[in-house]
Every structure is written in structure tokens, then in C-alpha cells.
Design a binder for this molecule. Structure first.
Ligand code: ADP
Ligand code: TRP
Length: 364
């Protein structure tokens, strides 16, 4: 086969005219904007789930939900309520149902766009449990035994059921069945996403390239939002401030945030203060810098910072409260949102499951 000659620079060529330079400049700009446009079109599939285990709190919001909602503008987002996962802690049937609706209303009030984003209840697409089984059969026990969330629960004295042990495999199936590229979560979920990636790799190695390897997306500066007792804010520690709890109780909880006993007049370290950690989430950078100075200068009591934090938290979520109240009186609409989302989600899930079944040799 003839190989075309490699074009060489011509040493005798004249330098370019002004007009030629302009043409090249326009061509570069045009090409760059074309590339930008092209990348925008490259939709990443973003997926995340949240357990319906009680009212969502500001740790959930700043650690995970806010980024999930922002990602809707640019990407193909899939978000769901992980009610199968919630069963691992054996809630009452009434709680499962009510909390699922509560989380749905929280997401809708906070700006989930049902036109753009696929939003559903995990158990409405039971295909995911079949994929869980296929994945279980390529998951080494050791991978799950090393899982810190499991070890922590056991250390808390919980007598673990098999569902809790296998929890990361169901989570992997959640992610892999929708072929997600990116999973926005708080830092505590990092290992679960690594496990999902590991399981996907093992499945593909054994059966061919069926599954997409996902990556976690974690905002480091809000990776762990502290609760009122200074530990990670979590429903299981009872140290939360809920997004939509009555303003009076937000006030009470903020006043109860644990601080050290440095006297008012002495300088304080903002980086060691739970109140300051929460101020960081809601105060403007200008106001935050002023608080930082006041901490370091001394002469400021923690109760003053707490009062301001209460105001800022209430103001931050105020625009969403009205919407939340409206949704409460329109439960049929809320249920319809979930039903429509499930239909869209199932379309995708059924296809991946069919590929995975075929790959392992089922139903041939
Ligand atoms: P909880 O610990 O209250 O049960 P979940 O485990 O249901 O919360 O977490 C739901 C999402 O919110 C996850 O992505 C998790 O990483 C994130 N998240 C929960 N608590 C915090 C926190 N205190 N700081 C940052 N992110 C959090
Ligand atoms: N384990 C997650 C949590 O407790 C919830 C979850 C279930 C999830 N399946 C998921 C998160 C898939 C991201 C992707 O917060």
C-alpha cells in the first residue's frame, strides 16, 4: 500500500499575511467552541441514591444533595430512594412508606427537576435485585468483610443481618444497572463506590465488557458536615438538624451544638469549632472572614455565633419551605412522580440486566 508522504515545513515559505493570520485565528476559535459544544453534548450519566431513613438533614444536603441537584443542569442524572437498602435496619412497614414519600418531597422541594432527571423508588425496579445476585457470584467475601461501614455498625453493637453484609453488592447493582459514570456522594460512601468499581471489573473480566466502571464525585470541603455533638451529622447518631424541621426546633438544636469552654474574652480557634464549621456552609465569604477574625481576636461568645448560624440556616432553606408544604397537600402528584420515574428507570435497567444475563449464560 502506498504511504502518503509526510508534509514538510517549507523553509522558503513566506511568513503569513495579516489576513491569513485572521483566518487561522477564526478557525482556531471556531474549532475550540466546536470542541466545547461537543463536550457539552457528551452527557455523563450521574447516579445517586439516598436511604429513606428519616427527615433529610443539612449533612445530607451539603454533603451530597446540593451537588446532585447542581449536576442536573449539565448531565444525564438518575437519582433514587434506596428503600431496599433501608430494610437492612428493619423499619416498620408504615415508616418505610412514609419516609419514602418524605424524602421524595424533600428532593422535589429542593429543586429536583423531573423533566430532566430520572427520579424513582429503588424497589419499583426489582430488576436490580437480580443483577445483585449475578454480581454476588463474582464478589469475594473478603471485599465485603473489609467494608468499614459494615465494621462500624458491628462495632456499635448491631447484630448484623445478611442484607447489611451484602449491602455494597446491592449498591453496586444500583450503579451498574444504570451504567453510571459518576456517583456524587458524601465521603463516607467512597469505599462503596470503590467496591462497585471492583465488582464491575471482576464481572467484565469474567464475562466481557458489559458494565461501565463508575467513579465517585466527592466535594472535599463539605465531605463531612459535623452534627450538634461534633461527630459526623447522621440520623443514626441523633445529632442532626433537619432541612425542613420547624424553625423553633432548628433554633433549639443550634443552641445545643457542643463547643469548648473557652471564656468569652479569650481567642478561639475557628477550625476546631462545630458552629464555625456550619457557618462555613451558609455564610458569605465576607461574613465568614469577619467571624474568623472575631474568633481569633477573642471577646466573642459562642452563643452569638450560634444565633447568627440559626438565622442563616433558616434563611437558606426558606425559599424551599413553601414548596415543601404545597407538596404535602398533593401526595397523589408525589406518587405519580415516582411512578413515572420508575418507568423511565426500568427501560434502562432491563436492557443492562438482559446483557448481563446473556453474558453469564442464563436463558440461552
Ligand atoms: P445518615 O448518615 O444520616 O444515615 P445517609 O447515610 O443516608 O445519612 O447519607 C445520604 C447521603 O448524604 C450520602 O451520600 C452521604 O455521604 C451524605 N451524608 C450523610 N451525612 C453526611 C455528613 N454529615 N456530611 C456529609 N455528607 C453526608
Ligand atoms: N448507601 C448510600 C447511603 O447510605 C445509599 C445508596 C444506595 C447509594 N445505593 C446507592 C448511593 C447507589 C449512591 C449510589 O447514602
Amino acid at each position: 500500500m502506498d504511504v502518503p508522504p509526510v508534509p514538510r515545513a517549507n523553509p522558503s515559505a513566506k511568513s503569513l499575511t495579516f489576513a491569513q493570520n485572521i483566518v487561522i485565528f477564526i478557525a482556531i476559535v471556531f474549532r475550540l467552541s466546536f470542541i466545547g459544544f461537543y463536550c457539552q453534548g457528551l452527557d455523563l450519566r450521574v447516579l445517586s441514591g439516598i436511604q429513606p431513613s428519616g427527615g433529610l438533614h443539612i449533612g445530607n444536603y451539603f454533603g451530597a444533595m446540593r451537588q446532585q441537584l447542581q449536576l442536573q443542569a449539565e448531565h444525564d442524572c438518575f437519582y433514587f430512594i434506596a428503600d431496599y437498602h433501608a430494610l437492612t435496619s428493619n423499619p416498620t412497614p408504615a415508616d418505610v412508606a412514609q419516609r419514602t414519600l418524605d424524602v421524595t418531597m424533600d428532593y422535589l422541594a429542593l429543586g429536583l427537576d423531573t423533566e430532566k432527571t430520572v427520579f424513582w423508588r429503588q424497589s419499583d425496579v426489582p430488576e436490580v435485585t437480580e443483577l445483585t445476585w449475578l454480581l454476588s457470584c463474582v464478589t469475594p467475601m473478603g471485599l465485603l468483610q473489609r467494608c468499614t461501614t459494615f465494621k462500624e455498625k458491628v462495632a456499635q453493637g448491631i447484630s448484623p443481618n445478611h442484607g447489611l453484609f451484602a449491602y455494597p453488592v446491592l449498591q453496586a447493582a444500583d450503579i451498574l444497572i444504570y451504567k453510571a459514570d459518576l456517583v456524587p456522594v458524601g465521603a463516607d460512601q467512597k469505599q462503596h463506590i470503590e467496591i462497585a468499581r471492583d465488582i464491575a471489573g471482576r464481572f467484565n473480566n469474567a464475562y466481557g465488557e458489559v458494565l461501565t466502571l463508575p467513579a465517585e464525585h466527592i466535594l472535599e470541603q463539605v465531605a463531612v458536615v459535623p452534627g450538634t455533638d461534633g461527630r459526623k451529622m447522621s440520623k443514626s447518631y441523633g445529632n442532626t438538624i433537619e432541612i425542613f424541621e420547624p424553625e423553633k426546633s432548628v433554633r433549639k438544636k443550634v443552641m445545643r451544638i457542643v463547643t469548648d469552654s473557652t471564656p468569652v474574652e479569650e481567642p478561639k480557634d475557628p477550625d476546631k469549632c462545630n458552629v464555625f464549621a456550619l457557618l462555613k456552609l451558609v455564610a458569605s465569604s465576607k461574613e465568614l472572614a469577619e467571624w474568623e477574625k472575631r474568633y481569633r481576636d477573642g471577646g466573642m461568645g459562642y452563643s452569638e455565633a450560634k444565633k447568627r448560624l440559626t438565622e442563616l440556616l433558616i434563611d437558606y432553606f426558606k425559599p424551599f419551605r413553601q414548596k415543601r408544604t404545597e407538596l404535602e397537600s398533593n401526595i397523589n402528584y408525589v406518587k405519580k412522580v415516582l411512578a413515572d420515574g420508575a418507568e423511565r428507570a426500568r427501560d434502562v435497567a432491563a436492557k443492562t440486566l438482559a446483557q448481563a444475563r446473556k453474558a453469564v449464560g442464563l436463558g440461552a
